[in-house]
Write a protein that binds this ligand. Structure first.
Ligand SMILES: [Zn+2]
Length: 318
């Protein structure tokens, strides 16, 4: 059991003993057990690791570049990992489609559960992109401003659970947000080489609407915001039509989604005499393998930007 959990359990007793007694010794943060923070995706893990610094240890349930969070179902082992956490963190806006029940049961057990997008969801006017019904597109991490704000929200929430670390969390969050913002500016410079006509991003599923808004693209996807339903032939044909008429030379596959539908676009364009290629594999709902440059969100974002600039750009600014 971590020191954090022990503190939670013993706090009422300490508070009672302290009333009317000798002065309570000042808390000295000379050493601390790190908090065990468990996240859902590895995109969340990147933010949590950067903001938590050495005050936490962090693990992700879906910790790999090929894992699809929309359809992932927790195993009994995952539930054990979540239950052992001091704090659980998830992205939200229904990204983790199958996690509603496990997260609710953690809350009922009294385990702090932090939703990174909770503050964004309450903003008026909202900066979130609308999806079907009253839902919002969950793929907010590709907007450096929004994800930076999620980092600050996480820092504030952590500060309530671990007040001694509150200043550290906030400073780390501000540094993380600044690094994302710098990557965003680098991205805008690199993508400036792409002619406005060809600033169309065709991907396997609809994960790039925030990216498109931030970097001034339009976006078309074979599947919707979630990967849990298959596209119809009509959608495939619409995209083939668009790619041929706009003479778009490349489409993109994703780390966490099958490339079957993207290959159907290649074949359809070939049949109409338009040469289309796969511009590269983009990170969408996950970042890269641990130990690579793409394991961080800034690394994954810059990877995507380079792939897009290489495939759709002219090498010179329009
Ligand atoms: Zn997605």
């Amino acid at each position: 059991m971590s020191k954090f959990r022990r503190l939670l359990l013993f706090f009422p007793m300490v508070a009672l003993t302290a009333v009317g007694c000798a002065p309570v010794p000042e808390s000295a943060d000379t050493s601390h057990d790190s908090l065990n923070v468990v996240c859902t995706t590895n995109v969340v893990k990147d933010l949590v690791a950067q903001v938590g610094g050495d005050r936490i240890t962090v693990t992700a349930i879906m910790d790999g570049p090929g894992i699809d969070p929309h359809t992932y179902v927790t195993s009994p082992g995952d539930i054990n990992t979540l239950t052992a956490a001091d704090v659980v963190v998830y992205s939200g806006l229904h990204l983790e489609g199958q996690f509603d029940e496990p997260l609710e049961s953690l809350r009922q057990r009294g385990i702090p559960v932090i939703c990174l997008t909770a503050a964004l969801a309450e903003e008026t006017p909202s900066r979130l992109i609308a999806a079907d019904g009253d839902a919002h597109d969950p793929h907010v991490w590709f907007d450096p401003d929004l994800w930076g704000d999620c980092a600050v929200h996480f820092a504030e929430q952590m500060g309530t659970h671990d007040p001694v670390g509150a200043d550290d969390y906030l400073q780390n969050a501000q540094a993380y947000a600044a690094a994302l913002s710098a990557a965003g500016q680098t991205g805008r410079d690199l993508l400036a080489t792409i002619n406005p006509q060809r600033r169309v991003l065709v991907t396997a599923h609809d994960a790039f609407a925030y990216f498109a808004r931030y970097f001034d693209f339009s976006v078309e996807a074979v599947q919707g915001i979630s990967t849990d339903s298959e596209p119809g032939l009509r959608r495939i044909n619409e995209l083939i039509e668009l790619l041929c008429s706009r003479k778009i030379s490349a489409v993109f596959t994703e780390q966490s989604v099958s490339d079957r539908n993207i290959r159907a676009l290649l074949e359809g364009c070939r049949a109409q005499g338009h040469t289309l290629s796969i511009g590269g594999v983009l990170y969408s709902d996950t970042v890269g393998e641990a130990g690579t440059a793409e394991a961080s969100l800034t690394g994954a974002l810059l990877h995507n930007i380079r792939e897009i600039a290489d495939s759709l750009g002219d090498g010179v600014a329009p």
